[in-house]
Design a protein around this ligand. Structure first.
Ligand SMILES: *Cc1c(COP(=O)(O)O)cnc(C)c1O
Length: 360
């Protein structure tokens, strides 16, 4: 089976992980700090705070943001539910804004100017153009689970040029992996402090009152990443640029191979943007049949995503008055083809030939 996405692990990753196992620290030791420093430096942010997974990172960001039930927060219907759940964890029920068919991201032109917050999701690895927001909401959080390594004319995603915090995921199908893992980047010292407390039980150490002494003032969680995972993250980070290059190369090749088919190809990155190509989503008629035929032939396609407003949990969700037609039209036809750094040229050729077979 060729999966739609997959980790890329080599012997140097394995050696890095094994080395931590014979060290003094298995969790929350010096490797976490190094990983945080290197991610922050890579994206161009002041701080990075590692979390147990991307969802925990989003929860931390939502809690740190101070957004609450009285705030109106916009987001996209085309995302994994974790983006919306993070808002629900802090009692925010979001307003869903339709996507732009040009970018498949939330259409920034439709974000109401009186909105309090925005959860911007960089769908498939193509960054939302936050620079073109009419006005900047009080809080902008970026869900960049798909977009580590992507960039805009304002720099790398994660530098928080137009946001308070950016959240990443290190799940195996994401740009780099730590097994499970996540991180929040920010340029704000207080937010970074809050995030560190939040992921570790709310603990604040007060050594002036004794080396053992600490206080807890807010509810916290155990959302820590381990040093074992951070070692994998550091090793993977060295390869991120080559992973993104390879994903772009595969995307270009798909565009050539599939150009004769009656399908819609994914959006192209605008000038000055680098696409992360976490996903390569085509749009095709009779999606269900095409999906099933591809699976039968060992091609593990997927659909990203069942839109947020289609799930029972969203029965009471607020939807922008102009509706979510673009998202619904997209969902009818969406099909994610395999794309990951280790996908071979032959695998890709096979995917293309099978599609021709099914569609022509
Ligand atoms: C993967 C993903 C998450 C959640 O990350 P986990 O590490 O799996 O918890 C959140 N948002 C989006 C858009 C994702 O793709």
């Amino acid at each position: 089976m060729i999966n739609y996405g997959k980790q890329s692990i080599t012997v140097d990753d394995i050696e890095a992980v094994v080395k931590t196992l014979s060290g003094d620290w298995l969790t929350q030791g010096p490797t976490i700090e190094r990983f945080e420093r290197e991610v922050a430096d890579y994206v161009g942010a002041e701080h990075a705070v590692a979390f147990a997974n991307g969802t925990a990172a989003l929860h931390g960001a939502a809690a740190a943001s101070g957004l609450g039930p009285s705030d109106l927060v916009a987001t996209t219907p085309l995302t994994f539910m974790a983006s919306v759940n993070a808002l629900r964890y802090v009692n925010v029920s979001p307003l869903l804004i339709d996507i732009s068919p040009e970018t498949l991201n939330l259409d920034v032109a439709n974000v109401p100017i009186d909105i309090d917050g925005l959860m911007a999701v960089h769908f498939a690895g193509l960054p939302v153009d936050l620079d073109s927001l009419q006005s900047r909401p009080r809080v902008v959080i970026e869900d960049a689970a798909h977009a580590l390594g992507a960039s805009t004319p304002s720099g790398r995603v994660g530098n928080c040029a137009h946001s308070e915090m950016t959240c990443f995921s290190f799940h195996p199908v994401k740009p780099i992996t730590t097994g499970e893992g996540g991180i929040v980047t920010t340029n704000n010292n207080e937010l970074a402090e809050y995030l560190r407390r939040f992921r570790s039980h709310g603990i604040v150490r007060k050594p002036d009152q004794g080396a053992w002494y600490y206080e807890i003032s807010d509810v916290g969680f155990n959302y820590r990443l381990t040093d074992i995972q951070a070692a994998l993250g550091l090793s993977q980070l060295k390869k991120l640029e080559s992973f993104i290059d390879r994903r772009n190369e595969l995307a270009d090749r798909y565009r050539e191979l599939l150009s004769g088919l009656p399908i819609q190809l994914p959006p192209i990155a605008p000038k000055g943007f680098v696409h992360g190509y976490h996903l390569f989503v085509i749009r095709v008629r009779n999606r269900r049949t095409v999906f099933e035929r591809l699976i039968e032939r060992g091609i593990g396609v997927q659909v990203h995503y069942v839109p947020v407003h289609h799930h029972p949990i969203s029965a009471d969700i607020q939807i922008i008055s102009s509706g979510l037609e673009n998202c619904d039209a997209y969902y009818e036809r969406a099909l994610s083809l395999p794309i990951y750094p280790d996908l071979t040229g032959e695998d890709q050729q096979f995917v293309a030939e099978t599609l021709y077979d099914i569609l022509v």
